[in-house]
Ligand binder design. Structure first.
Ligand SMILES: Nc1ncnc2c1ncn2[C@@H]1O[C@H](COP(=O)(O)OP(=O)(O)OP(=O)(O)O)[C@@H](O)[C@H]1O
Length: 336
């Protein structure tokens, strides 16, 4: 009788142990799944940024800047993905980040280039991860099973879609259009497919706060990779051009410590060269030229300006030979 009771207790005891052991193993599996889906975060390279962190510094807000940003945030509020199109160095990236920050949602940043494929956008298998499971069904006997589980890592688009972030996809036209097929169902059906992912969670439902801003250089938009019409149709296009003179002045002044009259000269020269030269002279060129003017002093102003702008713009004709740089210098001399 006593033997029976003790056997029962022992059996119950074993049962409890085996439940706990199963629970622990389930817990371990869950923890592993969590770890795998946030592998990026675990490595400290989460694609999510706080909105305050992405505000460009410095960021000038004239009427022109506010009006453009208002167009972007307005379209985002209407749940439309926005495509910013404009020439190199006109301020698209700064605007996109400022508009994204304004929404107050986390921001995911992506840079387009030839290497961006679907896996780079969505996610990929990142090798196997091993863990050991202990089975202690029989007292005193421990059985260890090694389980190898494939680790899946979500890439920026999956993270942005899942977390309801604002995706800022810079130079999106530089990526292979085939990589963007997954965006169609994101915008159309609110679902992201994760090709290559096995199991029931192959798709991710798009969070209602997910929004996207993509930027393209207008030349590349037309020329590098022609993106699918079906995708471009889903965006509203906001054309960004060089700012008015006052805004450009304020931008250069915010970046470079120079007296106002010297900044004015740099901005005047920038705008004259923009009209006269075949190469693109963006606001970035104006800022770089102003930095040069601040450093190389002691020459006659026009000569200094011409020399500085030649250096700033020469990379745009690099590879075309010294004669071309001389021609560029002559054209700059003439325009300033
Ligand atoms: N509102 C602004 N306030 C302060 N700086 C600005 C502002 N807009 C643009 N800039 C500056 O002008 C330069 C060009 O801007 P930005 O990089 O955003 O241009 P872009 O059009 O994205 O260029 P690209 O086509 O080469 O990527 C940068 O140095 C940026 O900091």
């Amino acid at each position: 009788m006593a033997d029976d009771a003790s056997r029962k207790r022992t059996v119950r005891g074993r049962k409890i142990r085996s439940d706990r052991s199963r629970k622990e193993s389930r817990k371990a599996k869950k923890a592993l799944a969590r770890k795998a889906s946030s592998a990026g975060e675990r490595n400290g390279d989460s694609p999510l940024s706080d909105p305050e962190e992405v505000v460009p510094e410095p960021f000038v807000e004239t009427d022109a800047v506010q009006s453009l940003r208002g167009r972007i945030t307005g379209w985002l509020e209407a749940d439309q993905p926005v495509h910013l199109i404009g020439p190199t160095g006109c301020g698209k990236t700064a605007l996109a980040l400022s508009a994204a920050a304004e929404r107050g949602r986390p921001v995911v940043w992506l840079n387009g280039d030839d290497a961006v494929d679907t896996a780079a956008l969505v996610g990929d298998h990142a090798g196997g991860e091993r863990y050991k499971e202990d089975d202690r069904f029989v007292g005193g006997v421990t059985k260890q099973t090694e389980i190898v589980r494939e680790r899946w890592v979500d890439n920026p688009l999956s993270v942005a879609v899942r977390e309801g972030a604002t995706l800022v996809y810079n130079e999106f036209a530089r990526s292979d259009p085939a990589a963007h097929n997954v965006l169609l169902s994101v915008f159309e059906e609110g679902v992201l497919e994760r090709p290559g992912k096995r199991g029931g969670d192959r798709t991710v439902d798009v969070h209602p706060e997910f929004r996207a801003i993509v930027t393209s250089n207008d030349v590349e938009y037309a020329g590098v990779h022609t993106q699918q019409d079906a995708l471009l149709d889903r965006f509203v296009g906001v054309q960004v051009d060089y700012y008015d003179e006052e805004t450009e002045f304020e931008i250069v002044k915010a970046h470079v410590d120079l007296p106002d009259e010297r900044i004015e000269r740099v901005v005047d020269a920038t705008r004259a060269l923009r009209d006269e030269l075949a190469v693109i002279v963006g606001t970035r060129a104006a800022i770089t030229a102003a930095k040069g003017v601040a450093v190389f002093d002691g020459q006659d102003d026009d000569e200094l300006l011409a020399a500085v702008f030649t250096d700033v713009l020469a990379p745009k004709i690099a590879g075309e030979g010294a004669d071309d740089v001389d021609d560029l210098r002559a054209e700059i001399d003439e325009s300033i």
